[in-house]
Design a protein around this ligand. Structure first.
Ligand code: ADP
Length: 393
């Protein structure tokens, strides 16, 4: 079986052609500068091709993707008929979607209804879906939502303590994101430890970071909220912040709320604290050279991650497993060590030798640790392909 995975952004579109049974990726690529000029970056094995192709809209990007997938030299299929289904990553499913689903007119209408909650991403996701429907009308399409995994949270976790009308009339509540990644890691961890019933905290630490408290494979709480701005500090996002900071800055500097939110999303986080970079590798280099701001940015990040693990251990009445995933979680051994050091009070203990490995699926805790600590590299694309295959079968 071949599943085409599409992740459409406002000016870009990422694709992968994957076998959902084996996880094997036969080709992948990125269409960028959609609406500007258009460039296709295609990769088959180690071979890379870059082509400038006009892409006024997402339709041309999809057409270029299908064309290169069938190319005589760098293609991997002979006809579009070899694509059995398309899985689309969709950012915000609001209160409409609790799971992935096969796309029909009602699903499109419901994704449109969620645009106020995901104003930047949902319109782009819809353009990707509509472009695929136009060129592959007979191929089933599936929507996989970043928010769906978190819909098992109880009201005490998802409600904000603000007047009920905003929840009832406007669906203002905690949703959470990175759901596909949290779901993949929860599922994979269950396989790795050979149990279905256990309590875990998953730390998805990348450029964007979020954490999830998960019991028996179901999300109980998560750090991101109505939008991905909430939770731990990130590459360029502030994470949790007192709403009065927005009021103060807007009033003092005559800034609009939108401009202030742009600052909190794009110019904050460890980038702001360090004054150097949003990339944790640069911060590590800086800290090693004695840059105190780089050291502070990293310590603040680890401190906030550890605080949430503590909070979620309380929420779940204890945890059995702690998992690290995504760019920082999989590779930054010093971040993992620092987070676990903060958690030594609850008996979390990792083996420095095991923890020295990067990007490998493995247990890094010592036999006497009260909590098993694992590194589980995430695979959102595989999760999308598996959900898609399951739904269209
Ligand atoms: P995104 O949220 O964009 O998907 P990723 O999960 O790919 O982000 O994570 C990207 C971040 O991972 C980079 O900003 C970088 O800080 C970090 N990272 C990647 N590789 C390493 C490494 N070897 N050591 C430390 N940090 C790393």
């Amino acid at each position: 079986m071949n599943v085409l995975i599409i992740n459409a952004g406002s000016s870009s579109l990422k694709y992968q052609l994957m076998n959902p049974e084996t996880g094997e990726v036969s080709a992948k690529g990125l269409c960028e500068r959609i609406g500007i000029d258009g460039r296709l970056n295609h990769k088959v094995g180690e071979e890379k091709v870059v082509k400038d192709i006009p892409m006024p809209t997402h339709s041309e990007a999809i057409a270029a993707t299908l064309e290169i997938l069938q190319d005589a030299e760098v293609g991997v299929i002979k006809s579009v008929d070899e694509i059995d289904a398309v899985g689309h990553r969709v950012l915000h499913g609001g209160m409409e979607f609790f799971a992935s689903c096969v796309i029909n007119d009602d699903v499109i209408a419901a994704i449109k209804k969620c645009i106020p909650l995901g104003p930047l991403h949902n319109p782009a996701n819809l353009m990707g879906i509509e472009a695929c429907q136009a060129v592959m009308p007979k191929t089933p399409q599936v929507a996989v939502f970043d928010t769906a995994f978190h819909m098992t949270m109880p009201p005490k976790a998802y409600r904000y303590a603000i007047p009920t009308e905003y929840y009832e009339n406007d669906s203002i509540r905690r949703y959470g994101f990175h759901g596909t990644s949290h779901k993949y890691v929860a599922k994979r961890t269950a396989e790795l430890i050979g149990k279905k019933e256990f309590k875990m905290v998953n730390c998805h630490l990348g450029n964007g970071s979020s954490m999830a408290a998960i019991k028996d494979g179901k999300c109980q709480d998560t750090t991101m909220g109505l939008s991905p701005l909430a939770g731990v500090p990130m590459g360029t996002r502030s994470g949790d912040i007192d709403a009065c900071v927005v009021q103060f800055i807007c009033n003092k500097y005559g800034m609009s709320v939108d401009d202030c939110l742009n600052m909190l999303n794009k110019k904050s986080g460890v980038l702001a604290l360090s004054g150097v970079s949003s990339d944790f590798r640069d911060l590590e280099d800086g800290a090693k050279k004695g840059d105190e701001n780089c050291a502070l940015a990293r310590d603040k990040f680890c401190y906030e991650v550890a605080k949430y693990v503590g909070a979620y251990a309380a929420a779940l009445n204890g945890i059995d497993v702690l998992t690290f995933t995504a760019g920082v979680g999989e590779n930054d051994t010093a971040v993992r060590a620092a987070v676990c050091e903060y958690l030594s009070f609850m008996g979390v203990k990792i083996d420095p030798e095991l923890n020295s490995k990067r990007g490998k699926e493995m247990k890094i805790s010592t036999p006497d640790s009260t909590v098993e600590v694992w590194v589980v590299p995430t695979n959102e694309e595989l999760m999308i392909a598996q959900d898609t295959a399951e739904l269209v079968k």
